[in-house]
Design a protein around this ligand. Structure first.
Ligand code: GLN
Length: 447
């Protein structure tokens, strides 16, 4: 299976979903076979998995989609990767991504864009576009991405697969290259609710290596239609405007299916959501500017030659970071600087609290909340690259969930035909903190 998977990855090179294959995949597969022969029960025995290139896997190149980490080889496993291997999975390859997970289209990778298999002229979404395409194109059964503001859910929607962003703290961030630490979560892509459940039961759970890790053992199962009876579903009013006709139709069809299975559906307004994008970028960029300070050519990856250490660091960062990363470091540093901190960063933190409180209030009345994952299906490559604000606006339905630390799942729910090509549409379900299991149950019930 590992050999067949590697051949499939090779045959799908045009998609540019994979940055490198794991040189130890065959050895890992042999080890799995030996453990099976010894009678060890392995929940993911031999399952090929592809992980985003910001997740450390021992002995693999780990670039985070950046030139600055070209040549860097991980000396250790991220906890999520270690748990997959412990469960018998074989990590076959590392997936392409927007540089340091900054983007919504996988066009910000230093190693070229990933193509959407549904239409190669379109983006797969981002920043975990490579991981999404890995599953959508059948290169691996499941994959891991990371979601700071939608980077698992939005590419899942654009490529027609499931993508789960767990409650903040349910999956260890140890070994995940940090973008914005208070928002980052590792999450799985899969082609069924059952596969999501299998992966979550392996990767979730407390980890002493992550100080924000929660004590909440995973108990995921794919639900049955019975689970929808009496489910109280709230549709977020603010997500109903500005959608394409196909997204609107898919949302309505999903709501009809929920009602048909015995759920109650009502609208609920969360007015503070209109500030979510502004607050998100004013929190994510400052955290990024701080997290990326470690990439100066002294310890990791590439180092540009300079006549002294300051020049070497400056040139390394100038040549190693792409334009979007540099933009975010500059804006993030600005928003944290004396005189601007109160106006920007501190204000954004207050909005974050209001958004979290409003979600808590809504969950007093509803078991799950629903929105489209994105107001539109996959857009054309190049369409938003010259306008960063248009690219940021693509996250309108996903970022608030990260600000509030909640779990959310994008479910492939339909298609919108654009210029004769059917493009996948995703619907997002949001649950209260620590109720990630409910999302996978609902997804299974809808299958
Ligand atoms: N598109 C968002 C950003 O650029 C989200 C990225 C992510 O979730 N990693 O910040």
């Amino acid at each position: 299976l590992t050999a067949a998977t590697l051949a499939r990855i090779e045959a799908a090179r045009d998609l540019n979903a994979v940055l490198s294959v794991n040189p130890h995949a065959a050895a890992q597969a042999a080890q799995v076979q030996a453990r099976l022969d010894a009678g060890e029960p392995l929940p993911l025995a031999g399952v090929p998995v592809i992980v985003k290139d910001n997740i450390n896997v021992t002995g693999t190149a780990t670039t985070s989609g950046s030139r600055i980490l070209r040549g860097y080889v991980s000396p250790y496993d991220a906890t999520a990767a270690a748990r997959l291997v412990q469960a018998g999975a074989v990590i076959v390859a590392k997936a392409n991504m927007d540089e340091f997970a900054m983007g919504s289209s996988t066009e910000n990778s230093a190693y070229g864009p990933t193509l959407n298999p549904h239409d190669p002229a379109r983006v797969p979404g981002g920043s975990s576009g490579g991981s999404a395409v890995a599953v959508a194109a059948g290169l691996s059964a499941v994959s891991l991405g990371s979601d700071t503001g939608g980077s698992v859910r939005q590419p899942a929607a654009f490529t027609g697969v499931y993508g789960l962003k767990p409650t903040y703290g349910r999956v260890s961030r140890s070994g995940l290259i940090a973008y914005a630490s208070s928002l980052d979560q590792i999450g799985p892509f899969a082609r069924s609710a059952e596969d999501l459940a299998l992966v979550m039961n392996v990767i979730a759970g407390h980890d002493p290596l992550d100080a924000t890790s929660l004590h909440a053992p995973p108990a995921f199962t794919a639900g049955t239609p019975d689970d929808l009876r009496g489910l109280r579903v709230g549709v977020i009013t603010e997500s109903l405007a500005g959608n394409t006709p196909g997204v609107e139709a898919t949302l309505n069809a999903t709501l009809d299916a929920l009602r048909g299975a015995g759920a109650t559906v009502a609208e609920v307004s969360l007015p503070e959501l209109r500030y979510a994008i502004a607050a998100y970028y004013l929190i994510a960029m400052p955290e990024a500017s701080s997290n990326l300070a470690r990439f100066d050519g002294m310890v990791y990856g590439q180092r540009a030659p300079g006549s002294d250490v300051t020049e070497a660091m400056t040139l390394t960062r100038e040549q190693g970071f792409g334009p979007e990363v540099q933009r975010r470091i500059l804006i993030g540093t600005y928003a944290l600087s004396s005189g601007y901190y109160d106006a920007y960063y501190s204000k954004a933190m207050k909005v974050r609290r209001l958004i979290a409180d409003r979600f808590t209030q809504a969950f007093g009345q509803f078991d799950v909340l629903v929105t489209p994952t994105s107001p539109f299906p996959a857009f054309r490559r190049g369409e938003k690259t010259s306008d960063p604000l248009a690219m940021y606006a693509a996250d309108v339905d996903t970022v608030a969930v990260n600000l509030a630390g909640l779990p959310a799942l994008s479910v492939p729910a339909g298609f919108e035909t654009v210029d004769g090509t059917p493009l996948p549409v995703g619907i997002q379900f949001i649950a209260p903190a620590l109720h990630d299991e409910r999302l996978v149950q609902v997804a299974g019930a809808l299958e």
